[in-house]
Design a protein around this ligand. Sequence first.
Ligand code: DOR
Ligand code: ZN
Length: 356
Amino acid sequence: MVFFGTFMNSIELIAPDDWHIHLRDDAALRVTVPHAARQFARAIVMPNLKPPVTTAAQARAYAERILAHVPAGVDFQPLMTLYLTDKTSAQDIQDAVNDGWVKAVKLYPAGATTNSDAGVTDLARCAVALEKMQDLGLPLLVHGEVTDAQIDIFDREAVFIERVLKPLRAQYPRLKIVMEHITTAQAAEYVAQADAYTAATITAHHLLYNRNAMLVGGVRPHYYCLPILKRESHRQALLKAAISDSGKFFLGTDSAPHAQDTKETACGCAGCYTASHALELYATAFASVNALDKLEAFASINGAKFYGLSVNTHTVRLNASPQTLPSAFDYLDGAQLVPLNAGETLAWTFQEALDR
Ligand code: DOR
Ligand code: ZN
């Protein structure tokens, strides 16, 4: 990592990867893929399409649709995931590993979030798949929230750790598990003390905002995501984890596009769109605790190591120069896509990749 200028007016880092992103499909890819490919060399692509990506053949076809939207001259690699269901077989897992495109399997508890209806109803039904993943070293990516209607939405992640994650870990001691988009001190603590088979991704929005951003002075739907923003003490715990030297925490934007009319409505969808300015948001978060020197490990090294992949060989630069974000991007059928921080001025600006 290189810092330029007495007042640190620029930083250069190994090209980062996004270990958790939603690109959607078809026409949406025209917008989402160029945004992701501009900042990230690789991205773990979530499989919660309609219908979900449940086989290696579907994952490969989806990867090809994504690659068709990568701008000319840009080298961007989608790393595909399978959507775990009660019916995923050991053969499905073997096929995924043989195929080479699939790098992980995603667990959505049924009903937990967007397009999770086909998710897992009972992890006991997934035993053969999980055993095969453990044997083959294929990571399980976990949406860590219980769906029990009795549990308060702000407690769902902490309860998941006790009810689901700890028993899962006890049953599969060598299964690689990534707790995705962690939002609580309990999750940060659990992952920090866990062994080397456990890691976590953290979004930029959970590092920058607490639930006040969503609720004070009016309901702000573009800050609504799942797991939901928590109170300030949790944000502080996430920041501490992100800048720690443990190597277990890495970048995953959870950038999740929804058309404007489906966010700004009486029952709005969950998801923050950050792919267009993700690195600037992470830089803002790390700079807020004087830890820009920790950004490269978090964004460009820890994730690759956990997945057993090499780190990228080119670099990117962020300049400490302000930029004002657009109020929206053209999205689907005339609908608009409103990014998080729409119309706001950020302190950092991403410079195109240097030596791709
Ligand atoms: O906020 C979210 N949006 N959380 C998720 O888990 C899913 C995502 C989506 O796909 O929109
Ligand atoms: Zn997600």
